[in-house]
Design a protein around this ligand. Structure first.
Ligand code: BTN
Length: 326
């Protein structure tokens, strides 16, 4: 589904999220539409990955209603220093990164978060998909007056900020270079950073984050890589709380990065490194591969690999993927 569903769908789902059974007639009357429309909309919600139970002759209920996004709840839970972030919550946006990148006038600290993102973009040209209500998809626009040339290591610093936020919520998160959030060898979330601007003037970045909060098992099985979610890891399903924690940590992490660069968090990144000291295979964009032992990152955020017979080699962010062999 690449188009946004009707706004009424989200209103209906929020109404249904009290855990009770609602009859088709009551829903149709309440929303001023036909029963067929109600049935059709709830069919769309199912196709978007949300469990909707229909009890014949009785009505509908949501067995696992998500905590829907609520701008007030997020603002309330933000750290005081992050109160200046400008929060926009939307039911559906094609891609939060694309939208913020296209908005050249987006404020410093503009946040766009959406319930449904039909054209979510992942790193390396991949798609980012999440069943309705199962995760968090948001982007943050941020300006650096020191130019693009000072942004080396930014993506790793973002990973550190997010890991701090989630650890603060009791979730044992590590990082897989450059900035995948992982736990117990499974991917929990990813970051896509896009940048524009001058090498030594103003640079603007859009930091996009996709995080699994409560992923239906059937969907997880289709992803072709091991994934996990916050709830499996003992974390909260309250997406507003998780979003506020991530935004608060990003706010302070980006401010520190602006003052001190990657040096501010290099040691923290190494402490969170899921592969430190392990034998890994690095797959290069040209199709080649390098085997070695992961030995952290250098001062620019490049991955360091101890390659047998060739000493320590460094690999630049965004050019490689990492696979453990152990
Ligand atoms: C990855 O491939 O691991 C990075 C995924 C990043 C996905 C997020 S979801 C919110 C933001 N908007 C997008 O279109 N992509 C990012």
């Amino acid at each position: 589904m690449t188009a946004c569903p009707p706004a009424l769908l989200f209103a209906l789902l929020r109404h249904l999220s009290d855990g009770r059974v609602h009859s088709g007639v009551a829903l149709a009357t309440g929303f001023g539409v036909s029963r067929a429309t109600v049935s059709n909309l709830l069919g769309q919600a199912r196709a978007m990955g949300l469990a909707v139970h229909a009890v014949r002759g009785v009505g509908y209920r949501l067995p696992d209603a998500p905590v829907w996004l609520d701008a007030e709840a997020v603002r309330h839970a933000l750290a005081p220093e992050a109160a200046g972030l400008v929060l926009q919550v939307r039911d559906c946006v094609d891609s939060t990164n694309r939208r913020l990148m296209a908005d050249a006038g987006a404020a410093h600290g503009q946040v766009l978060v959406t319930e449904w993102q039909p054209e979510g973009r992942g790193r390396r040209g991949r798609r980012w998909q999440a069943p309705l209500g199962s995760g968090l998809t948001f982007s943050l626009s941020w300006r650096f007056e020191t130019g693009l040339q000072t942004l080396q290591g930014l993506s790793l610093a973002v990973g550190v900020a997010l890991a701090r936020a989630l650890r603060g919520l009791g979730v044992p998160v590590s990082l897989k270079w450059p900035n995948d959030l992982v736990a117990r060898g499974r991917k929990l979330g990813g970051v896509l950073i896009e940048a524009e601007g001058d090498m030594d003037g103003t640079a603007r970045v859009v930091i996009g984050v996709g995080l699994d909060v409560r992923l239906p098992a059937a969907f997880a099985a289709t992803l072709g890589q091991p994934v996990t979610d916050l709830v499996q890891l003992g974390g909260t399903a309250d997406r507003n709380r998780v979003l506020a924690a991530c935004l608060s940590a990003l706010h302070s992490g980006l401010a520190a990065f602006g003052r001190e660069g990657f040096a501010a968090v290099r040691a923290d990144w190494q402490a969170l490194d899921a592969h430190a000291g392990r034998a890994v295979r690095l797959q290069l964009p040209d199709g080649g591969a390098v085997d070695g032992r992961a030995c952290g990152v250098d001062e620019t955020g490049a991955l360091c690999l101890a390659v047998p017979g060739q000493g320590v080699q460094r690999f630049g962010a965004g050019e490689v993927s990492l696979r453990t062999l152990e």
